[in-house]
Design a protein around this ligand. Structure first.
Ligand code: URA
Ligand code: SF4
Length: 251
């Protein structure tokens, strides 16, 4: 099966899934949407009112704000995959319960495997916790961490910024670094590995030859502690690629 077929199969399973209590109250499950192979994937918390009506992710208020954040970062929504950690609406938008998260986890893991994104952006703490169980959003937001060979960038949930205007500047600032993280991940897979410390200061780093199969590089979950999170990389002074705006297929 190619990745489009795998994603279609997952979506079909999600649509009729009864693995947790959320299926009782959902109108439409929301498997997620986007191309079948992406560089960038966004993972939110769970469908809200409008998502439950339409069966599509991030189409309500938070979705409008996400659209604006993507536009400002120069990323087109059509080129990214967007989904959630739970695929059915928690009634009253309650926080997803541990049983709901664990029942739904397998769908997300299979989606990630099929999509094979270089960069995963987590929106909110439940999505972040899927990858970084010990991280605190207040310190991890805007930073990236290598998890299983992918760069995981933690962001505040756009809805949190809508409810707390004081967070809006922070969210805008964090999203403005997204192109740098995408570029870092592309470089890493394009032929050399930049270590986390190199990401903090690329000018002082040494680059190493890439492993023959970067995708198979595994970090154990124990490796993924918050203190490994890295700041957005500053472009190295001598990197000819950095003379102009970042040119990526996402833009
Ligand atoms: N909030 C989310 O976390 N996901 C959606 O799809 C919509 C709002
Ligand atoms: Fe199934 Fe996930 Fe929906 Fe629960 S939230 S019923 S596990 S698809």
């Amino acid at each position: 099966m190619d990745s489009a077929e795998v994603l279609k199969e997952i979506a079909e399973q999600v649509t009729v899934c009864e693995k947790c209590n959320l299926h009782f109250s959902r109108k439409k499950a929301v498997p997620g949407e986007g191309p079948s192979s992406v560089e960038l994937m966004f993972i939110g918390e769970g469908p809200g009112f409008y998502e439950n009506e339409l069966g599509r992710p991030f189409v309500g208020q938070a979705g409008k704000f996400l659209d604006e954040l993507l536009a400002r970062a120069g990323v087109s929504r059509e080129k990214v995959f967007i989904t959630n950690v739970v695929k059915c609406r928690p009634p009253g938008n309650h926080d997803p319960e541990p049983e709901e998260l664990s029942a739904c986890r397998g769908y997300l893991e299979r989606q990630i495997e099929a999509l094979n994104p270089r960069v995963i952006v987590t929106l909110g703490r439940f999505s972040m916790a899927h990858f970084l169980p010990y991280a605190k959003i207040s310190s991890a937001h805007g930073k990236a961490t290598w998890v299983n060979g992918r760069l995981v960038v933690a962001m505040y949930h756009p809805a949190a910024a809508l409810h707390q205007p004081s967070l809006q500047e922070t969210v805008l600032e964090d999203f403005s670094h997204l192109p740098e993280f995408i570029k870092l991940a592309q470089k890493t897979q394009a032929g050399h590995v930049i270590s986390a410390s190199a990401a903090v200061d690329p000018a002082e780093s040494t680059t190493q030859p890439a492993p023959a199969q970067p995708h198979t590089e595994q970090h154990s979950l124990l490796d993924i502690l918050p203190d490994q999170a890295v700041e957005p990389p500053a472009p190295p002074a001598d990197d000819p690629d950095d003379s102009g705006p970042v040119q990526l297929s996402l833009f």
